[in-house]
Write a protein that binds this ligand. Structure first.
Ligand SMILES: Nc1ncnc2c1ncn2[C@@H]1O[C@H](COP(=O)(O)OP(=O)(O)O)[C@@H](O)[C@H]1O
Ligand SMILES: Nc1ccn([C@H]2C[C@H](O)[C@@H](COP(=O)(O)OP(=O)(O)O)O2)c(=O)n1
Ligand SMILES: [Mg+2]
Length: 217
């Protein structure tokens, strides 16, 4: 089992404490792109198109959390309560779900949709996976447009009601946007105007991913 975990970690590029001491062989590199933007900015929609064209695997942290609720897992009720309040689920839970999904996916390129949402998400992800994102795709969209989209999303999501939407916007402003600004200061953010029709937004996104491919990023 220990060996199996070590193998998985080495495939995924995850580093253990020993590896960090430089005692184990060099790891295979995993490409990770964080896809960020407010609720309803089009993250899930754009990720599906990026997968088709650029061969990434799409992991939505919101979807992984909703699966936990559906499966009636240990933390299911707590996750549901937090999501219905528009609050962020403790990072340990979210990051472990992402990590497990990455380990179970036979690919070395991942879009993390809606992750990270706050600084604690980032710290936990770095601690558990040792992965640095290649870049951050940021879908910039005004709240008015996002509200319209969320209220007509029609996916039966309990958090797509106006009260919860307002709370989610606040979390985005207070916890996620500062992260985007932090990554922008490191030159890692690729921002697109997401208030346009999907095909137009995707044109901008394609340019970004094509150029990332060329640079081997
Ligand atoms: N550029 C766009 N223009 C109009 N509607 C959009 C656009 N992008 C996404 N949508 C729609 O808006 C809703 C929210 O999109 P989604 O991809 O689920 O956003 P997010 O994952 O960021 O919350 C969906 O109903 C989707 O079909
Ligand atoms: N990293 C994350 C991602 C989502 N969540 C929770 C809190 C969010 O309001 C809900 C829904 O996230 P999801 O990404 O599916 O929502 P949107 O696609 O932005 O509409 O999940 C979280 O706690 N931590
Ligand atoms: Mg989404």
């Amino acid at each position: 089992m220990g060996n199996c975990c070590a193998l998985l970690k080495s495939i995924m590029g995850f580093a253990t404490e020993e590896e960090h001491d430089g005692r184990l062989p060099k790891q295979k590199k995993v490409k990770v792109v964080f896809v960020l933007g407010g609720p309803g900015s089009g993250k899930g929609t754009l990720c599906a198109k990026i997968v088709e064209q650029f061969g990434y695997s799409h992991l939505s942290s919101g979807d992984l959390l909703r699966k936990e609720i559906k499966a009636g897992s240990e933390h299911g009720t707590m996750i549901q309560n937090m999501m219905n309040e528009g609050k962020l689920v403790p990072s340990d839970i979210t990051v472990r779900l992402i990590q497990k999904a990455m380990q179970e996916t036979d690919n070395d390129k991942f879009l993390l949709d809606g992750f990270p949402r706050d600084e604690e998400n980032v710290r936990t992800f770095e601690k558990l996976t040792k992965i640095e994102p290649d870049f951050i795709l940021f879908l910039d969209c005004p709240e008015e447009e996002m509200t319209k989209r969320l209220l007509s999303r029609n996916q039966g999501r309990e958090d797509d009601n106006i009260e919860t939407i307002k709370k989610r916007f606040r979390v985005f402003q207070e916890s996620t946007l500062p992260l985007v600004n932090y990554y922008a200061s490191k030159g890692k953010v690729r921002k697109v105007d997401a208030a346009r029709p999907v095909e137009d937004v995707f044109e901008s996104v394609k340019t970004i991913f094509s150029s990332a491919n060329e640079q081997g990023a």
